[in-house]
Write a protein that binds this ligand. Structure first.
Ligand SMILES: Cc1ncc(COP(=O)(O)O)c(C=O)c1O
Length: 355
């Protein structure tokens, strides 16, 4: 089948661009002591995670139990849950995965959560493993005080939970517009992580895992002494907002195919709107930038730019999502393409697995 024969709007995944992105990241970490544990919140399909593992990734990072369940069903791991798992229902789901033999380490940041994790482990007869989440400046989750991090490490051990180390995510640095800014803010965040590592080591809890970073800071973090792994995810598809701040490192592999349905003197309209394409990180554009989306409504996008004048109703065009992760989460399949050819379809098994 040809790409132009696909019904729209639909996602196109350039298989070879994705493979090159995986290979570029794998080559970067091949000679370093830190390793890549790619974040599954981007690809959301075991097909990609399997390829990342085959290329040398030491495991997979997830944000949600629903993502972990998809990976365990596919027999993939070990898994780092880089997020808080709070509440009886979720703890029981985690224990059910451990009971299936999955290797999962979860992030914790509070005594309350340690207690419920310990109770869940006791109830189910499982051994839980945890790392402590540190706030390295993003101010989302995580401990701010090294003394509190040390206290939590002690509590983990007392509670019979396997203490494995710490994590932090410098989300406030990853998308800064220049490499210099990313380096400055990223380094400041990693210096905060260092203070927690030092305090833990002094108290007799040297971390086995120090897990940090995203696509915008993978290189800085990968060379930072003491960092053992990097959680970058977006690099595998490289969406529009990332490509704008760090061009030339990875290739944009994911686009949305859409059909022009209406043409006017100053704009055209296509059949992709907010229900198939997100715009919270800026409006999407065509890969060559000649067609820009001016606005999105539920089922339509307004197209402008120098390339719009040549558009005719029925034309199919490709838009590069500014935020790939939230766009792909709206879809059920990737159409794998090589040039104009559709090779196969991959189900996006973890799409909308937000629980
Ligand atoms: C905890 C955590 N780690 C890693 C990442 C991966 O970041 P990126 O999308 O920059 O590759 C994210 C992204 O949201 C995250 O929340």
């Amino acid at each position: 089948m040809k790409v132009s024969e696909l019904d729209t709007p639909c996602l196109l995944l350039d298989y070879h661009a994705m493979e090159r992105n995986i290979a570029t990241m794998a080559a970067h970490f091949a000679s370093r002591s830190a390793k890549i544990r790619p974040h599954f919140k981007t690809p959301k399909t075991p097909e990609v995670a399997r390829r990342q593992l085959a290329a040398g990734a030491i495991g997979i990072t997830v944000a949600k139990l629903g993502e972990a369940e998809v990976l365990v069903d596919a027999g993939l791991g070990p898994i780092l849950m880089a997020n808080q798992v709070v509440g009886r229902q979720k703890i029981d789901r985690l224990m059910a995965l451990l009971a299936r033999g999955a290797e999962i380490t979860v992030a914790i940041e509070s005594e309350f959560n340690i207690r419920e994790l310990a109770e869940g482990a006791k109830r189910s007869g499982q051994e839980a493993s945890a790392i402590i989440e540190v706030d390295s400046g993003m101010h989302r989750c995580g401990t701010g005080d090294p003394a509190e991090t040390v206290r939590l490490a002690g509590l983990l051990e007392e509670s019979g939970i396997r203490y494995r180390g710490i994590m932090g995510y410098e989300g406030h640095a990853v998308l800064l517009p220049t490499e210099e800014e990313r380096r400055d803010k990223g380094s400041a965040a990693l210096a905060i992580i260092d203070r927690h590592v030092e305090a833990l080591a002094e108290a007799g809890f040297p971390p086995e895992i120090v897990s940090v970073a995203g696509t915008g800071t993978f290189a800085i973090a990968g060379d930072w002494p003491g960092v053992t792994e990097v959680q970058a995810g977006s690099y595998v598809f490289m969406d529009g907002r990332y490509q704008a701040v760090m061009p030339g490192v990875f290739e944009s592999a994911l686009t949305l195919l859409t059909t022009v349905v209406s043409v006017h003197e100053r704009y055209a309209v296509c059949d992709a709107g907010l229900k198939s394409l997100t715009g919270e990180f800026g409006m999407p554009a065509s890969i060559d930038g000649r067609i820009q989306v001016r606005g999105l409504s539920e089922e339509h996008a307004h197209l402008v730019g120098e390339g719009f004048a040549a558009l005719r109703p029925g034309d199919k065009i490709e838009l590069l999502p500014s935020h790939g992760d939230t766009t792909l989460n709206l879809h059920d399949v990737y159409n794998l393409r090589r040039g104009d050819e559709v090779l196969e379809q991959w189900p996006i098994l973890a799409a909308r697995k937000f629980r």
